[in-house]
Write a protein that binds this ligand. Sequence first.
Ligand code: SAH
Ligand code: SF4
Length: 360
Amino acid sequence: MKRGKQVKCSIYGLTMNELTEWFLEQGEKKFRATQVWEWLYQKRVQSFAEMTNLSKTVIAKLTDAFVINPLNQVIVQEAQDGTVKYLFQLPDKHMIETVMMPQEYGVSVCVTTQVGCNIGCTFCASGILKKQRDLTAGEIVAQIMLVQHYLDEKGQGNRVSHIVVMGIGEPFDNYNNVMNFLHVVNDAKGLAIGARHITVSTSGLVPKIKEFADNGLQVNLAISLHAPNNDVRTSIMRINRTFPIEKLMDAVDYYLEKTNRRITFEYIMLSHVNDRVEHAQQLADLLKDKKKLTYVNLIPYNPVSEHDQYARSSRNDVMKFYDVLKKNGVNCVIRKEYGTDIDAACGQLRSKQMKQSTTN
Ligand code: SAH
Ligand code: SF4
């Protein structure tokens, strides 16, 4: 990339409607958009020149306006359980990470939505670096495509079937790009990943939870709750000062009423911080009038070296917590961990890589 030259955006970021519009503006037929999407998402070519049913002029116009892949693969780490972690470099040299987790039911990918995160939760590796910028929709779709290319090269016919928006960044702080990303991957003409197979996780940006409820996409919502009362939540999640639990629960009620879809609450088990039996009881009380439509995911904490004030809860404490929730009729699971041998918690590979590059 030459200095001063404008970086071309990735064609992966355009929805079918946007690409159709673009072709019409170029004086081309609108079915060109369908043809290009077939090349991108079914045949999965990596250059415009390979799109052999397009004329040379159309290929030249595309090449002039867009790139296909905006990411440069820097590191790929494969864990014993099959989890693969990718470190990608963006055109402006920032690093992001993506994780692929093979499951019994398919292949799940965890994507990053921002470079860094401004929410600053005190247990999280992603928040160590303040947000440098939002990712474009194309940069988010490209993460899925690069994983799909990786699977294609293995030749076992595997497809990315599930997506979790749980990598670095707060997706609702980059709302429009994340929505465009969701439209692209969900579109039946593209990757056609079912909305019910996609989950977006938020730290609790109340106005955006309501907007998300209104937008009609059938994508699942997860909320990082991590504490059953304001004192504990504020001590680990600064955002709780702006959107305390009462406001969050108002937005949850709005979402449930509007969509009638289940919400997952994520709850990281931090030893002696939020893992006491009384916390479990408070959590059950908080959810008591919405047990049918809520689900609690108890997550083992992935230790982050910069946050050594936190430790993982003991197995015994997790079980006691779980039992209280169950006794109160709360739907609850203890989440399995993935790729513990490869820094699988969000932001960990990237933060390690950055430390190495500043100490070298
Ligand atoms: N910003 C969004 C999505 C990305 S974080 C959010 O906070 O929901 C995805 C999930 O990973 C969140 O539930 C987050 O709290 C959790 N998480 C962050 N750091 C973690 C760690 N070290 N161990 C386990 N889970 C962690
Ligand atoms: Fe940001 Fe989510 Fe990490 Fe909080 S947990 S700092 S919101 S990425």
